[in-house]
Ligand binder design. Structure first.
Ligand code: UDP
Length: 331
C-alpha cells in the first residue's frame, strides 16, 4: 500500500507528505517544481519531477510503484487574482490536468483520489457559515476550474468507479511548528506571509485590498486553517476511501472568521512589530465573507483540527519567516 502525492513539493502538499512519512506511510511524490520546492519534500518520500498531465511520465510512475493504491492530488494553480487575468492557464492546468490524470488512473486501475477543492467554488454564499450542500456558483476562474474538477470526478466515479473525496479548503495559513517547512511563493500574494514580510522588514507595507465590503470593519472576512490540520484531513479522507466508502465532499475550515484588519492586529500582537499599512482598491474576485461549516468533516472523517487559535497559527508562520527570510533558499 503506497500513496502517490501530486504537488507534494507545494505548501499544503509538503506538509501532508511530512505527516504521511511521520505515520510510516510509503509515499511517492510527483511535482513539476514550477511552484513547488524540492527542499520542502521529506527525504523519506520517493520523488519524481514531472507534470501530471504528461501521460507517458505518469504511466511510468505508476508502473515503477505498483503498490500505489491511492492518490492525493494538490498539483494545481490557486491564485484568484491571476486566474481573473489568465483563465485559460487555470482551465488548462487544473481542469485539463485532472482529465489527463484520471485517464491514466483508470488505465492502471487506481480507483481512489483525494483532491484539493476550494471555498472559491461557492462564489458569493447566500448563508454563513457555508455548508457543503450550498449552491456552488464561482465568481472567479480559479473556483470555476476546481468546480469543473469536482464535476468531472462525479461522472468518472459513476462511469469508471474512481472514488473521490473533494476537500474544499478555506484560507490556509501557518507552518510546521518546528519551523522546518512553511509557505514560500514567488511572487508572494497571500495575506499572512505578506503581513509577516512587512513585520520582518523585507517589504515596506501591507496593502489592504478594499475597506468597503459588507463586513463589520469593511475588510474581507476569511476562515483560516493550519496546513498541519489540512494534512490530517487528507490522510483521514484517504483512509475513508480505503475503507470502501462512497465519494464525498467536505469543507475544511476553523468555522471562525477573521477580517483582514483582525489578522493584522493579531500579527502585530504576535510579532510585536508595527506593520505599516495602506488602503488599496478591491482586488477582483474576492467575496465579502467566507466561513466554513466544517462539522461534516468532523463527524464523518473524525477530523479534529489542533490549531483553533489564530495567534497560534500566526506564531508558527512567524517562526518559519524568521528562520527562512528567503524561504527554501535558506535551507
Ligand atoms: N489581501 C490584502 N492584501 C494583500 C493580500 C491579500 O488585503 O496583500 C486580502 C485579500 O484581498 C483577501 C484576503 O487578504 O481579502 C485573503 O487573501 P489571500 O490572497 O491570502 O487568500 P485568498 O482568499 O485569495 O485565497
Amino acid at each position: 500500500m503506497a500513496v502517490l502525492v501530486l504537488g507534494g513539493a507545494g505548501y499544503i502538499g509538503s506538509h501532508t507528505v511530512d505527516r504521511l512519512v511521520e505515520k510510516g506511510a510509503d509515499v511517492v511524490v510527483v511535482d513539476s517544481l514550477v511552484t513547488g520546492h524540492r527542499a520542502a519534500v521529506s527525504d523519506k518520500a520517493k520523488f519524481y519531477q514531472g507534470d501530471i498531465a504528461d501521460q507517458p511520465f505518469m504511466r511510468q510512475v505508476f508502473a515503477e510503484n505498483p503498490a500505489i493504491d491511492a492518490v492525493i492530488h494538490f498539483a494545481a494553480f490557486s491564485l484568484v487574482a491571476e486566474s481573473m487575468k489568465k483563465p485559460l492557464k487555470y482551465f488548462d492546468n487544473n481542469t485539463a490536468g485532472m482529465i489527463n490524470l484520471l485517464e491514466v488512473m483508470n488505465e492502471v486501475g487506481v480507483k481512489r483520489i483525494v483532491f484539493s477543492s476550494t471555498a472559491a467554488t461557492y462564489g458569493i454564499p447566500e448563508t454563513m457559515p457555508i455548508k457543503e450542500t450550498d449552491p456552488q456558483k464561482p465568481i472567479n476562474p480559479y473556483g470555476e476550474s476546481k468546480l469543473a474538477m469536482e464535476k468531472i470526478m462525479h461522472w468518472t466515479d459513476l462511469a469508471n468507479g474512481i472514488k473521490f473525496v473533494a476537500l474544499r479548503y478555506f484560507n490556509v495559513a501557518g507552518a510546521k511548528p518546528d519551523g522546518t517547512i512553511g509557505e514560500d511563493h514567488n511572487p508572494e500574494t497571500h495575506l499572512l506571509p505578506i503581513v509577516l514580510q512587512v513585520a520582518a522588514g523585507t517589504r515596506d507595507k501591507l496593502q489592504i485590498f478594499g475597506d468597503d465590503y459588507n463586513t463589520p470593519d469593511g475588510t474581507n472576512v476569511r476562515d483560516y486553517v493550519h496546513p498541519f490540520d489540512l494534512a490530517d484531513a487528507h490522510i483521514l479522507a484517504m483512509n475513508y476511501l480505503r475503507e470502501g466508502n462512497e465519494s464525498n465532499a467536505f469543507n475544511l475550515g476553523s468555522s471562525t472568521g477573521f477580517s483582514n484588519m483582525e489578522i493584522l492586529k493579531a500579527a502585530r500582537e504576535v510579532t510585536g512589530k508595527p506593520i505599516p499599512t495602506v488602503m488599496a482598491p478591491r482586488r477582483g474576485g474576492d467575496p465579502d465573507t467566507l466561513i466554513a461549516a466544517s462539522d461534516k468533516a468532523r463527524k464523518i472523517l473524525g477530523w479534529k483540527p489542533e490549531f483553533d487559535d489564530i495567534h497560534k497559527i500566526i506564531k508558527t508562520a512567524w517562526k518559519w519567516h524568521q528562520t527562512h527570510p528567503n524561504g527554501f533558499a535558506d535551507r
